[in-house]
Design a protein around this ligand. Sequence first.
Ligand code: BGC
Length: 753
Amino acid sequence: MYRKLTYLSVVALCLAACTSAPKSPQDKLTVNDKKIDEVIAQMTLEEKVNMLHSKTNMSSAGVERLGIADMHYADGPFGIREEGVPNGFQSAGWKLDSATFFPTGSALAATWSEELAYEYGKGMGIEARLRGKDVILGPAVNIQRLPVGGRTYEYLSEDPILSAALSLGYTKGVQDQGTAVCIKHFAVNNQETNRGSVDAQVDERTLREIYLKPFERAIVEGGAMSVMPAYNKVNGDYCSENEHLLNEILRGEWGFKGFTVSDWGGTHSTMGAMLHGLNVQMTGSNYLGQPVIDSIATGALTEKLVDEKVKQILRVRYAIEAIPDDVANTKMTSQPECQQIAKAVAEKSIVLLKNEGAVLPLAKDIRKIAVIGQNAVLKTQSGGMGAGVKALYEVTPLEGIQKRAGKDVEVLYAPGYKNFPGRRWGPAPAKANPLEAAAIDEPADKALLAEAVKLAKEADVVIFFGGTNKSIETEGSDRTNIDLPTGQNEVVKALYEANKNLVTVLISGGPTDLRQLEPVSPAIVQGWWNGTEGGTALAEVLFGDIAPSGKLPFTFPARLEDSPAFALGNFPDKTQGGDLFTLMYRADATQMSREERQRIIDAMPKPTSKYTEGSLVGYRWFDTKEIKPMYAFGHGLSYVSFAYGPMTASATADVVKVTFDLCNEGQMAADEVVQLYVARPEATVEWPAKELKSFARVSLNGGEKKTVTLEIPVKDLRYWNVEKNAWDLEHGKLQLLLGAASDDIRQQAEVTL
Ligand code: BGC
């Protein structure tokens, strides 16, 4: 009932607020400040402190007496997570909480479309509202620094400009539905190894230019209402008590007016958190509960500070309409409108890496297809820990192909190789599953291989599904390498010997080592973990109903050792630390006391991660060091070719502009993602060989030509001047490189800044 009262009071507050025109998206949050001060004045200290920590595993408290509703959170980022029991992540066993599974982060990023990111956020927002959720724990926007990163698939891109555009689109899409984002994980959260204790040591210029960018745009331009500090430390301090990140940059420079929520189990002290920028401890109250009251009693903290924190929470509480209990969860979470959004994103995310001899699209006269590989039947909605989704449905690649093939085309299937199920939480099954490998590097199973080869020989075309799964790429651990698991290379070689008409589809969230697979795969497609309608979208591309138009959001290195953090010996760090999240599971399961848990955390080694590669992340490194990757950042082919006409360029004090004609030289409609990079021939400070600064997705009918204009705001050309401790512009010549990929530059021009 009190949630209804809250709704009425929120409406009243909003009406009262309409008189003052807000200046920036963050300032919008302050429109109720006067009223909020009055409300806080009526609260007891206990009521206020009660808002600074978790109430349940996925909520923090309001004040019922004053009509202030609890804040309800939901993971994020690819679908509204299944309802858990109040005090843990175990399923609550609900019937109506099946959600739409949206394509995972790297798939969304492969669309290179801020508009699709907006739609995606909108879909997430719609479903969050149906579930009565106020805050989505997403988007997850950290830079993909390591190809092996356990959360590479959750994150967007290795490039800050691309990540920032998508992060902005997602944020606006969610918040326009009246739900808040909680953008995560702030900041420099690029590895799972030792994530609960690692100290990311990064220089200020790199921090600003690379790692903070995706957060900055969502907060400053998108008005992101809440932020989740990461588990790790940055330059010595835990993110949840990092003065530089939370107070100086987030609030001080970016004008953030909302509230911060520690990652689950990522609060480390009372004084640190209170003084250095945390609002809500998730989960538990051992730091931001009674100890806050005690610290006020001793004079170590002031009640004024508590008021300030409560105010920041209430700004969001009043901006987000609480959904009455009797309205929430009356409908299935997954909605057809959102399933269509998931499909639209999947359709534009699929990357055609290679297409020799035009194996794709599949010829119209094929009658028999051999689909080989367990990844063709793998459901990718669940697993991977926090980002798992209980999807209402998920079309697998095999189902998509079968449906599209229709009755005139026979689709044969064989598993080809064993699946690696990863580490198990529960007891081992009584009987070994013949389709599961005991080790990730187990060689190919002879019987499965023979069965697959037999089908390959019979078929007109073979589609091999390889890649990883969500036990291999998962939150909580990084991969030890990027090798294809369980003998997949051996299988694909044998298939190619049996039938040269072969397409490989990679179902994975991050890059894999393709050195063995590439020479025996005339066509290669990166198919991602592509959501509820992933199989449908993939079949549309394979059969040529639509042209592929995704572009790689990260580099596929040829060898893992070529990538920057590995080449410089920055990763892996040999010190073994601990995974907080795993510890939390263990603590729950064994009813470990808080004190014991803390003792384990304190005893963990203190590993570091040195970011000496600086801004040379991903393609910046490969280009600057002239190392040829397997597939470059931005790469992605189509079924048509695009002609890039001559480019004209101009520069004013505010904007650099290029204009050119883009022509679809093929017969079918297709999208091209045009990319504008800059290089600095006269640089006095260090720059990578080139950097992405603008891009656009352009849709063209067969034979159509369009004039395209790309703009780079001059402020995006600045660098962080460490001496001045400020953004600075280097004047002089700027080379503009326009192309279809970072290694496929079609037009060049020069301007002077
Ligand atoms: C993850 C977060 C997630 C939270 C709640 C943490 O382990 O790092 O991304 O939102 O759990 O599930």
